[in-house]
Design a protein around this ligand. Structure first.
Ligand SMILES: Nc1ncnc2c1ncn2[C@@H]1O[C@H](COP(=O)(O)OP(=O)(O)O)[C@@H](O)[C@H]1O
Ligand SMILES: NC(=O)OP(=O)(O)O
Length: 360
């Protein structure tokens, strides 16, 4: 049995409460205190897992849907005094802030239990294809929740693209802004992640799916034009990157990270047993979600997961990418992927909670 590498992908819900409504059904926007409290709750569960498996390797990734949307909103509301912030820079802001919060509070929680580990946030760029069809069809939910009426006003007044996110437990519709979400293809800082793992650190990486960048093609004179027209001359065979307006799905980026680690291990003769766990706001994936005939999907083979995914049982922008990420991870050499609540990880490993998907 090789060295266990547990990739833990935190949903936006793990670091900040999402979809809260007051007694009148009006969405509540969580403040920083609520974000610390939620991240602490998550950290307590993670610390228990680290206590249970102290010799394993952990890699943390996280979503940023609510947070990147808040950075975007700050930018919108501060105009014309402050210049706008493009989505790639907004994404990097969230990697810094969320990486700081997770590293500090998980570090505190571990040290309080006598476990000393260096937790390091890595500002990570993730390469996407500039022709990805995702640029034409926004699916990634960002920012706070809105009522249907508020969303209709925003779409009319501000030209936002918005979609129904979900219904709360009282049946009220919750709407959110959506942005393009191209497929992640490569991780620019992969070597730094491997080095952090080898040093025994817990890296926090591909936060918010990673900062979306594209590889720039040279013009006829061999010049490469990066962000804001900054020119790199004569970059023959060089990889030149430019940030783009998108938010990558962190589940797909986490699956890519897992498959890149498996490939790296093979190439370097390392015996790594990599698992991917996607933590979210539900105890696993459900069939007929929020319908009277809803059922838990506790255990699926890769083939079963592919069939259900192809039949369209999981919505894009929420559970869809999680199932797809598990499929891609297993097809990329992973043996097991989980969808779970942080509070139910150990039960999920025993098949008593969450969803387990196996390659077989
Ligand atoms: N079939 C399904 N099974 C479970 N949850 C679902 C399903 N379809 C939609 N969801 C919703 O999707 C949410 C997870 O998506 P999302 O909120 O985007 O993820 P994240 O936790 O990564 O931020 C769940 O908390 C749940 O509200
Ligand atoms: N970037 C991203 O996937 O964020 P969420 O998980 O918060 O949607």
């Amino acid at each position: 049995m090789g060295k266990e590498v547990r990739i833990f992908a935190f949903g936006g819900n793990e670091v900040s409460p999402v979809g809260l409504t007051d007694e009148k059904g009006k969405p509540i926007i969580p403040d920083i205190a609520m974000q610390w409290a939620r991240t602490h709750e998550t950290s307590k569960h993670i610390a228990k897992i680290v206590e249970a498996f102290p010799n394993d390797t952990y890699v943390i990734t996280h979503g940023n849907g609510p947070q990147v949307g808040n950075v975007f909103l700050r930018s919108e509301y501060s105009r014309p005094i402050l210049p706008p912030i493009p989505l790639d820079v907004a994404g990097s802001d969230t990697q810094g802030a969320m990486g700081y919060m997770i590293a500090q509070i998980l570090g505190n929680e571990l040290r309080a239990r006598g476990i000393y580990k260096t937790i390091v946030g890595i500002v990570t760029q993730v390469v996407v294809d500039k022709n990805d069809p995702g640029f034409q069809n926004p699916t990634k939910y960002i920012g706070p929740s809105y009522t249907k009426e508020e969303a209709e006003e925003r779409m009319k007044k501000d030209g936002w693209v918005m979609k129904l996110y979900k219904k709360d437990d009282k049946g009220n519709e919750i709407w959110r802004k959506v942005v393009p979400s191209p497929e992640p293809l490569d991780i620019v800082e992969f070597e730094a992640i491997v080095n952090a793992i080898e040093a025994g650190f817990i890296p926090i990486t591909v936060g918010g799916g990673g900062i979306p960048v594209v590889e720039v093609e040279p013009d006829e004179e061999g010049n490469y034009s990066a962000n804001y027209g900054i020119i790199f001359k004569d970059g023959k065979n060089a990889k030149i990157y430019r940030g783009v307006e998108a938010v990558i799905d962190k589940d797909l980026a986490s699956a890519l990270l897992g498959t890149m680690l498996i490939k790296w291990a093979k190439e370097h003769g390392e015996d790594l047993d990599v698992t991917l766990t996607i933590f979210t706001g539900e105890d696993g994936a459900k069939l007929n979600y929020q319908k009277p005939n809803q059922v838990d999907l506790r255990y699926l083979t890769l083939e079963e997961a592919k069939k259900l995914y192809a039949e369209g049982h999981f919505p894009p922008g929420s559970m869809g990418p999680k199932i797809l990420a598990c499929i891609k991870f297993l097809e990329g050499g992973g043996k097991k992927a989980y969808i779970s609540l942080t509070s139910k990880y150990l039960e999920t490993l025993e098949g008593k909670a969450g969803t387990t998907i196996v390659r077989e």
